[in-house]
Design a protein around this ligand. Structure first.
Ligand SMILES: Nc1ncnc2c1ncn2[C@@H]1O[C@H](COP(=O)(O)OP(=O)(O)OP(=O)(O)O)[C@@H](O)[C@H]1O
Ligand SMILES: [Mg+2]
Length: 278
């Protein structure tokens, strides 16, 4: 189970970031008091537009970032106090973690397998299972740099799953993949769900989420604005599909986001006044 409890993440912005983001704010509230629970045997979706806070949330679950406030438990382990236990329990996939381009899939698989303390026999068995499912076997001796986007992504997925963890945390797993490759990935996620794993994915592809996710949380401007099933969000918004439902929820919440921006402007002014000793 993944229990996200009232989690906030505030990034400090350096001067360059402030210039890039065209803001005077010294900090960015990326995730604000977000709570949800993802359970065994379900695929939980984090849905939201660019910059909503999906990756930040998943990185906190995967122990790569510390929440500024609130707490997260994965299989009962606290992500800050019991990071090692959490990392052993999860498969984490993100666009930002790249496989080393000069190595080949089978070398990487073995390398990470040994890091997880698996013996050669276990590694070979897992490699056979995952490489044959994802069609990696015939490319296993090629350098990662020579592989197609899809094959790189499938290799990343296979490597992330090699220790057969109970919790799967995938950030936009089908990003940039063609429909055949996407299907192989989503079918595998369903297979893992049927095995009773806890699965959380982020996506902004509404049609995919509609088909795949048992429950979801919509995140807009760092805040969770809805948690429930696809059916519930459609009923609540009087819409037929998730895309329409998403737009409906989005329109409602963008106004609030503008209010939030005004408020943060106000805080900013106050900070300036304080700095100037007014
Ligand atoms: N290291 C960082 N330092 C400062 N701000 C950051 C940092 N990482 C992310 N942000 C900001 O936090 C907010 C949330 O970013 P995040 O990457 O979590 O969003 P996302 O929902 O994953 O977006 P996308 O769909 O584009 O992947 C954005 O406004 C982003 O600019
Ligand atoms: Mg992201």
């Amino acid at each position: 189970m993944i229990e996200v409890d009232n989690v906030t993440k505030i990034y400090k912005l350096n001067r360059r970031q402030r210039q890039q983001m065209k803001t005077n704010n010294k900090q960015k509230v990326a995730v604000e008091r977000v709570s949800f629970t993802a359970k065994e045997g379900e695929i939980f979706g984090l849905l939201g537009p660019n910059g909503a806070g999906k990756t930040t949330t998943l990185r906190m679950i995967a122990t790569l970032l510390k929440p500024t406030d609130g707490s997260i438990r994965v299989q009962g382990f606290d992500t800050v106090k019991q990071g090692d236990d959490v990392r052993r329990s999860i498969a984490f996939l993100t666009n930002e973690l790249k496989l080393d381009p000069q190595f080949c899939p089978q070398y990487l698989f073995r390398f990470f397998g040994r890091l997880y303390g698996m013996n050669e026999e276990e590694i070979d068995k897992r490699k056979e299972e995952l490489f044959s499912y994802f069609g990696i076997t015939e490319f296993q001796d090629k350098k990662v740099s020579e592989l197609s986007t899809g094959m790189k992504q499938k290799t990343s997925i296979a490597v992330s799953l090699l220790h057969d963890p109970d919790v799967v945390v995938f950030d936009e797993p089908t990003n940039g993949l063609d429909i055949v490759t996407s299907r192989a990935v989503t079918d595998y996620l369903k297979f893992l769900k049927d095995k009773g794993k806890v699965i959380i994915i982020s996506t902004h592809i509404m049609s995919e989420a509609q088909k795949l996710c048992d429950r979801l949380s919509m995140i807009i401007g760092g805040r969770a604005v809805f948690e429930g099933t696809v059916k519930q969000v459609c009923e609540q918004t009087g819409t037929q599909d998730l895309e329409d439902a998403f737009f409906s929820v989005y329109r409602e919440n963008v106004q609030n986001e503008e209010e939030l921006r005004e408020l943060s402007e106000l805080y900013n002014q106050l900070d300036k006044h304080k700095e100037a000793g007014i």
